[in-house]
Design a binder for this molecule. Structure first.
Ligand SMILES: [Zn+2]
Length: 391
């Protein structure tokens, strides 16, 4: 597409968004008032479809919905919005506060309403390339909704070329947005260790092999994996979250177990940490006369922003009146990466600002203003338009 047409598309989308934003804000209030937890998003999905007024949609991962707008065939650009809420008791004081004990404390109500606003605006515009809206379930829990949407194969029919994600964020100032080429979020895996020994009486330790002593050494030895096996320029985490063993003060138990979380920022480091942890578990257990086993459950892949997309999207974000500020990078994770692992993608954090120090996503008083619905829609629109030049 030539640049003039691209500019026209964005200005048509922007004015369309302005026309439909009040209805999208109403949708946001409804969804916020009745938040549904991960896996139970059916009513939210139905409300989204009703707000879109479309007959033609696909179901993915049970409570997810896929809606295509624009040309029925040919390439498409995908937009991801999440449907689920959290088991958090709301303390925002909003007039539309939750009534069921759960809360949209991660801004997903704003994302889905922004996506609906863009979809309804886009339906009135002759789009050069289709938009595919992914309303995904279970972002906040395992098994990941994004992974299940990908595994379901529903997107295969859409010739998706790029994928766009936006997340509101209180650490980013109001009126600002972050992009950032390269790694934005770490890959996230969980592990479980079981050490087995021969239990017995605490007074006769020489007749036992003590799994507690072995596990304690595993916990401390594992600390050297990140500090001595990983390039210090690459962020990584290996942390233990639970240790379990024994029931009595005078009994050496037969098993000890632990679980924890691994975060890595390169594909190689992900493999290295898993391999080294496996060695530590095996060798330290053996050295203590025990046997140890390690199970790793792979979670979200690395979330990386495509550099070419970032380069194209940033000027249009500025054109929308936003400041593009220092990227947000963390060892946190977002299952958007299951999409961006397959399709070149970009995840942007749109600033809400914070009404108090320490406010974070998932806080019981994190409730972005209604203005963020239109703002999210316009970030999606800018990213979509920027990507037209690359198809
Ligand atoms: Zn979220």
């Amino acid at each position: 597409m030539n640049i003039v047409t691209t500019t026209e598309v964005l200005s048509l989308l922007n004015s369309g968004i302005d026309r439909v934003t009040s209805a999208a804000v109403e949708l946001r209030h409804d969804v916020h008032r009745n938040p549904m937890l991960s896996g139970e998003e059916g009513p939210t999905a139905d409300r989204v479809i009703a707000a879109l007024d479309v007959d033609d949609f696909q179901v993915a991962a049970e409570t997810g919905r896929i809606v295509r707008v624009g040309p029925a065939t040919g390439p498409a650009i995908a937009i991801r919005a999440e449907l689920d809420a959290l088991p958090v008791r709301e303390q925002s004081g909003a007039a539309f506060a939750s009534t069921n004990g759960n809360m949209h404390a991660c801004g997903h109500d704003v994302h889905l309403a922004g996506a609906v606003a863009l979809a309804n605006a886009a339906r009135k515009v002759e789009l050069p390339v289709a938009l595919v809206f992914i309303f995904q379930p279970r972002e906040e829990s395992y098994p990941s909704g994004a992974k299940d949407v990908m595994d379901s194969g529903v997107l295969d029919a859409h010739d998706v070329r790029f994928v766009i994600g936006v997340h509101v964020h209180p650490d980013v100032p109001l009126g600002s947005v972050t992009t950032g080429a390269g790694v934005v979020n770490a890959a996230s895996d969980e592990f479980r260790i079981v050490v087995e020994g021969n239990g017995g009486h605490s007074a006769y330790p020489h007749k036992t092999t003590d799994p507690i002593v072995a596990l304690a050494q595993i916990v401390s030895t594992a600390q050297t994996i990140v500090s001595r096996r990983i390039n210090p320029m690459n962020p990584a985490v290996l942390g233990f979250g639970s240790l379990r063993s024994g029931n009595a003060a005078n009994v050496i138990p037969t098993t000890a177990s632990a679980s924890g979380s691994i975060r890595s920022s390169t594909a190689d480091d992900r493999v290295t940490i898993a391999r080294e942890l496996s060695e530590v578990v095996r060798l330290v257990s053996e050295a203590n006369g025990c046997t140890g086993s390690l199970t790793i459950t792979h979670g979200e892949p690395l979330l990386s922003n495509d550099p070419l997309l970032v380069e194209h999207v940033e000027p249009l974000l500025r054109g929308q009146g936003l400041d593009v500020v220092e990227p947000m990078r963390s060892c946190g994770s977002d299952d958007f990466s299951y999409f961006s692992d397959v399709y070149p993608g970009i995840m942007m954090f749109l600033g809400t600002g914070a009404h108090r120090p320490g406010l974070s996503l998932h806080s019981p008083d994190f409730c972005p203003s209604d203005d963020m619905v239109g703002a999210v829609a316009k970030v999606y629109a800018a990213a979509y338009t920027a990507m037209l030049e690359l198809i």
